[in-house]
Design a protein around this ligand. Structure first.
Ligand code: PGA
Length: 269
């Protein structure tokens, strides 16, 4: 497995937050500050920003992003195309409103909506089929972490979903330890690097082209420590998405570090 993944990504997961005015205010501020600081050219070259607001605001966000390098993503999707599935949103609908990325299997979907590995895998397969880039979230609880079972647990989560996704597909795996999400206590960048490097070398994961992402209490103060790790190509942020000034500071740092050359792949050939 080897990958040419291009620029790093910063994925902004709004979760179930916002109202029309809040979305407008936040995204206008984000866009205008990035423009004022002259960061648009970096965002075309060094760092891809993908904003994932709740479904009702996708079109609004797309309008605000016209003429900017900002990308649109969604927080989930169904694996079916259309039909009698009340409340569901298909990947085709997401593409229709301008999304190019979709977050799948976030721990909150798994915990509060009973999302299974099979669902996550089928959704990822459908996203690949449609040309939407899937970001599969995985991560262990603190109990699993304390028991020293993180690698086995996460590997098992990834494999259980990837079995539904055709070989050769390109996907992002977002490692988000449950204890780090929204807690203000991120994982140590070196620990994440060691875990992801071990996963990247796993013989069982060589059938797909994987890029790795970290998520969990990432802010302007620690984003650089993650993006400088060779196997971490992207970061996923929750709370930071809603604070445009901090987000812009994090983006500035991310742009600085992603301009430095780094060996993004350290996998067995
Ligand atoms: P956080 O959330 O950045 O607020 O910790 C991350 C996530 O849930 O994806």
């Amino acid at each position: 497995m080897s990958g040419s993944w291009g620029p790093a990504s910063l994925i902004c997961n709004w979760k179930m937050n916002g109202a029309i005015q809040k979305v407008q205010r936040t995204l206008h501020e984000l866009r205008d500050q990035l423009d004022e600081k002259g960061l648009f050219s970096n965002l075309e070259r060094d760092l891809k920003i993908i904003v994932c607001p709740p479904y009702p605001y996708l079109s609004l966000a797309k309008q605000i992003f016209i003429g900017t390098p900002l990308h649109l993503g969604a927080q989930d999707m169904d694996f079916r195309d259309s039909g009698a599935f009340t409340g569901a949103v298909s990947g085709m609908m997401l593409e229709d409103v301008g999304c190019n990325t979709v977050i799948l299997g976030h721990s909150e979907r798994r915990e509060f909506f009973g999302e299974t590995e099979e669902f996550v895998g089928r959704k990822a397969a459908k996203a690949v089929e449609l040309g939407l880039h899937p970001i599969i979230c995985v991560g262990e609880s603190s109990q699993v972490n304390l028991a020293g079972e993180t690698k086995n647990f996460v590997l098992n989560q990834i494999l259980s979903s990837l079995q539904f996704v055709p070989s050769g597909s390109k996907l992002t795996i977002a490692y988000e330890p449950l204890w780090a999400i929204g807690s203000g206590r991120s994982a140590e960048a070196e620990d994440v690097q060691n875990l992801l490097e071990a996963l990247a070398r796993e013989p069982d994961l060589q059938d797909h082209i994987l890029e790795f992402c970290y998520g969990g209490s990432v802010g302007p103060q620690n984003i650089g420590s993650f993006l400088t790790q060779p196997t971490i190509n992207s970061v996923l942020v929750g709370g930071l998405s809603l604070k445009p000034q901090d987000l812009v500071r994090a983006i500035q740092t991310a742009v600085e570090v992603t301009q430095q050359p780094k060996n993004t792949w350290k996998v067995a050939s």
